[in-house]
Design a protein around this ligand. Structure first.
Ligand SMILES: [Zn+2]
Length: 147
């Protein structure tokens, strides 16, 4: 459940606020299905994008190694919902950090190499973390890409 649904369940928000949330959720679901239909019809390239759970290296379960320093590894995944083509951009904390420019580089590389050749409009659903999606660096990069 999302934060709003949990808040409603715990009686921290009123019913009209919850109903508006459910209405927005249903509309988003309908829009996503509409986009999937357009993708299946070959009208658009449809991508889902997200940063997967952090993996640690080495991955060991021995308790004596619990407090040893481990390397954090990240997996930024771009998945084409129609063709089921997935690209996983693996990097560790020594190669880059979790800033917007890291994700802009991966995404633009993917768009240029996997989407532009299709010559179709591109629709993307992205994780909503600020560094992945909701920032001016990503907005500006995608605006420049569209020109
Ligand atoms: Zn919810």
């Amino acid at each position: 459940m999302c934060d709003v649904c949990v808040s409603y369940k715990e009686k921290n928000i009123i019913e009209t606020e919850y109903n508006a949330h459910i209405k927005r959720k249903d509309r988003a679901k309908t829009e996503k299905q509409h986009d999937k239909d357009k993708g299946q019809a070959g009208e658009v390239t449809l991508l889902t994008i997200d940063l997967e759970a952090v993996k640690v290296c080495p991955y060991l379960t021995a308790s004596t190694l619990y407090f040893k320093t481990k390397l954090n590894c990240h997996n930024y995944t771009v998945y084409n919902l129609v063709t089921q083509h997935a690209t996983c951009y693996w990097f560790d904390e020594t190669a880059s950090n979790l800033t917007a420019s890291t994700f802009v580089n991966f995404l633009l590389y993917n768009l240029v190499h996997h989407c532009l050749p299709n010559k179709l409009p591109i629709i993307m659903f992205s994780g909503d973390c600020t560094y992945q999606n909701r920032n001016n660096i990503m907005s500006n990069a995608l605006s420049a890409f569209c020109v």
